[in-house]
Design a binder for this molecule. Structure first.
Ligand SMILES: [Zn+2]
Length: 489
């Protein structure tokens, strides 16, 4: 057997001012064929798992380019076309192949392309023909367009949010691919359109039990090869944005369709109840400041660079400064200009500095003050599960008793190690302010006395009924109340 694998992934917040080109892919992850490290990042697990599986089977795995850009705004047109064509050329050169196993994210939008993955998968299908296996792993924060479903035999999607299971799902993807190539199964994909958009953290109910239920169904019923929820990504203004339920069965599409519908309507019945409670800035800061135990984590949940925002909002910090809070560490605020100034001044210097809130409206005002530069770190990295996430050259500054980490590569606050690598002991702080919607939960919950989700300003289009979409369909909840008619609850 000869298989081809490649990775092409990012998540596009079409409302973000941070447009990206090829440099953004190169800065996050760009591996030429054969050069991907042994450790996977979020969307490249199909490649690393594929190496192991094919080595065990004695099969040939031909690697194409593997690239991922951290979530941001629109992708430059020539950049998307260039990366796409690079991989398609590699696939052509690898032909004939018995299967194509891809690592995608599923929420790319490029200038001129509202469905880049549909375009890409369609071209892959054209090259390999109708009978060759094409499958991919996806992030649930993606758009499942008809074009993608048409071009692909099956998808496996991360079940967990935070995405702690991207390697496990790549194992599922490969197990189904191997069994298919060995003639043991015939996977068919059934999709149900939930006609809704919501946010579905699996760290809490009702989604925790729902995902546990999916695993149970997969284990108990031999007809079911894989069950996945496409959560949808509300910051992507594309026509087919929304929540979908996928059932991959062993040759029983009607059963798959029934199951996908039943499960999809369960999600619909719980619409609006999946999200965690959100506090105002005033409430979050008040609650954190009176807490006896530390550290209290305040998640600036909507200024999440992992959702494509700049990550430079200052609203929570400004409130803490106003109230004279101490024992506070903020990680991170993205400001490459301020970082450059801090490096020029040097560690130990005390300088006037303006930082933060320069990129987008709804993120507060830049902070001005006389800051002390405590520590500078080139190419800083934090842990993210089994791998590392870079946050670039970083400066640890102190202003009025509050510690702030300024970073130059936008990064979601995945892990408390972002503080420790800068010389701040996170456990000794009373309050930690971080930028993340929910990915932080897996690691920060281990050290936090309390976690507060704070909705501060409007850095992200988090209210779909009010968001000024140009392309998104209007026949989904919450834009309309009864998209399934009155039959569904
Ligand atoms: Zn995601």
């Amino acid at each position: 057997m000869q298989l081809f694998t490649a990775v092409l992934a990012t998540e596009t917040n079409t409302f973000s001012p941070i447009c990206i080109d090829r440099r953004a892919f190169e800065a996050s992850l760009y591996a030429a064929p054969g050069e991907h490290p042994a450790t996977p990042t979020l969307c490249s697990a199909p490649l690393t798992v594929g190496r192991r599986v094919c080595a065990e089977k004695g099969w040939t795995l031909i690697e194409g380019t593997a690239t991922w850009a951290d979530p941001a705004g629109l992708i430059n047109k020539a950049t998307y076309e260039g990366l796409r064509d690079e991989i398609l050329d590699q696939l052509r050169a690898a032909m004939p192949v018995d299967g194509v196993v891809l690592g995608l994210h599923g929420a790319m939008v490029a200038d001129g392309y509202l469905d880049p993955e549909g375009d890409f998968l369609g071209r892959v299908r054209e090259i390999v023909g109708p009978d060759i296996l094409v499958c991919a792993e996806l992030d649930p924060h993606s758009h499942l367009t008809a074009k993608r479903v048409e071009a692909t035999d099956f998808f496996v999607v991360f079940k967990e949010f935070p995405h702690t299971d991207f390697v496990d799902r790549a194992e599922d993807l490969w197990r189904i691919a191997v069994d298919t190539l060995e003639g043991k199964i015939k996977p068919v994909m059934s999709v149900f359109d939930c006609k809704m958009i919501d946010v579905f953290p699996t760290s809490r109910e009702p989604m925790r039990s729902f995902v546990d239920g999916l695993h149970k169904l997969e284990e108990e019923d031999d007809d079911i090869l894989s069950l996945s929820v496409i959560h949808g990504f509300m910051a992507g203004d594309v026509p087919e944005m929304g929540t979908k339920m996928i059932a991959v069965t062993n040759g029983v599409p009607e059963k798959g369709a029934q199951l996908a519908r039943m499960l999809g309507l369960q999600l619909f019945a719980n619409r609006g109840c999946h999200m965690m409670e959100q506090l105002t800035v005033d409430a979050a800061v008040s609650q954190a400041m009176v807490s006896a135990a530390g550290p209290v984590v305040i998640a600036d949940m909507w200024d999440n660079p992992g959702g494509g925002t700049a990550g430079d909002a200052t609203i929570i910090l400004a409130e803490l400064l106003k109230r004279g809070a101490d024992g506070v560490a903020v990680g991170t605020i993205w400001d490459p200009i301020a970082v450059q100034i801090c490096f020029a001044a040097g560690a130990g210097a005390e300088i006037p500095l303006r930082f933060g809130a320069k990129s987008a409206p709804g993120t507060g005002d830049p902070i001005d003050g006389r800051v002390r530069i405590v520590k500078l770190q080139r190419n800083a990295e934090m842990r993210f599960g089994e791998s590392y996430a870079p946050f670039g050259d970083a400066a640890y500054i102190r202003l009025n008793g509050i510690d702030v980490i300024l970073n130059s590569v936008r990064a979601q606050s995945f892990d408390p190690s972002l503080f420790s690598v800068m010389g701040i002991d996170p456990v000794q702080q009373k309050i930690l302010v971080i930028k993340s919607t929910n990915h932080f939960h897996a690691s920060f919950s281990k050290i936090a006395a309390e976690i507060l989700y704070c909705s501060a300003g409007t850095p992200y289009p988090n209210s779909p009924a009010q968001t000024p979409y140009r392309h998104v369909r209007r026949d989904i909840w919450p834009m309309m109340e009864t998209p399934h008619g009155t039959e569904a609850v």
